[in-house]
Ligand binder design. Sequence first.
Ligand code: UD1
Length: 419
Amino acid sequence: MAVLTIEGGKRLSGEVEIHGAKNSALPIFAATFLCNEKCTLQNCPALSDVDASIKILKHLGCKVVREGDQIEIDPTAAHNCTIPDELMREMRSSIVFLGALIAKCGKARISYPGGCELGPRPVDLHILSLQKLGALIDERFGSIRCRRVGRLCGNTINLPLPSVGTTENIILASVTARGITKIHNAAREPEIIDLAGFLNACGAKISGAGDSVITIEGVEKLGGCTHRIISDRIEAATYMAAAAATGGEVLLKKVQPDYVEPVFYAFREAGCELEIGADTILLRAPARLNRIKLIRTQVYPGFPTDAQAPMMAMATVARGTTMFIETIFQNRYRHVDELCRFGANIKVEERVAIVEGVDSLYAAEAQATDLRGGAALVIAALAAHGESKIGNIRHIDRGYAELETDLQALGAHIKRVDY
Ligand code: UD1
């Protein structure tokens, strides 16, 4: 079992390169299964969720070769159409394999996905949407069995909420379906644009990705391509929050600033100066942050729910009171009790959290509760005086590649200790 030990109170300064986006890489891995030629994915982050996707692809019969941040997937010999329970449980996004499996194999059997516990995370919209495309689905004893008779058939799907995973699953299932599929109220996240870009490069006909209406004209089959995964906007926001919480100055490189834009207002309100380049963001924080009046999480292009916990860690040391409203997930404040161990002053009432900034945090021992909540604890520990220990870091390893190395390069005293 490993823990992170962090000697806090050091001002972060220097440069950090942002890795490829986890949430883009995962659905694109599922998409490679649909292809009929080799695919090369560049800028793949070294994360346990990526390892889990590779295990699933290999289990399905794909050949996978990994060299640094480049992963070559050859799906031509893939034959399997079931994903065992232990692989499904490793991450929630394994559900996007369902659309690809039913499209390619004509049948699929998977169990319910795992992933961060953020309150109920049903898959009802995934199931209903695939049924609208003609999939026959039987949910029993914790497993989902799916089959089709003939090709799936394009349809118009009106999503009651713009679910990211559901939008991805519909795209994957309909890309080789007969006829035209239209998704109304589709998710507009950059990761959807990246998925469509990958599939279009393989011969798909998808238009409107990034808007709330996406049109998919089914094609007979897909080829392969070389594709570079976009950079991780949540990793970028996390490093910005870490720099700000320590009064630091950090240059993010290899970043796509447009995609990080939804969090800029919060940093500016906190008194940080931002200089935005073509693929860089420079953040210069004041010695003491100001409060941010309100952070309300919303679907893209609103403030991302995944950046809520890291921003909350930052707000704990601001001057004044910051209000958070979490609108996407029901139970996304599990990090709050752990942040309070560092001396943070936070009250939660259902979807609202009120953070009264304190003059300083003190070192503590805390447990990561989920991926982004774990990142929040790292930020609190970086800002706190003394040596903190963070356990349960498998959550953090799901989404932050080379965390210790990158933070060390910024002057943090952080190390991983194996027990
Ligand atoms: C994706 C991201 C996750 C991010 C989230 C919201 C990946 C791998 N994960 O998760 O990091 O926090 O988007 O930006 O890309 N819902 C239903 N029924 C369904 C599906 C979803 O009720 O069938 C609800 C969820 O419970 C949640 C809301 O819709 O309250 C949004 O979920 P969704 O956009 O689907 O998130 P994910 O795709 O799971």
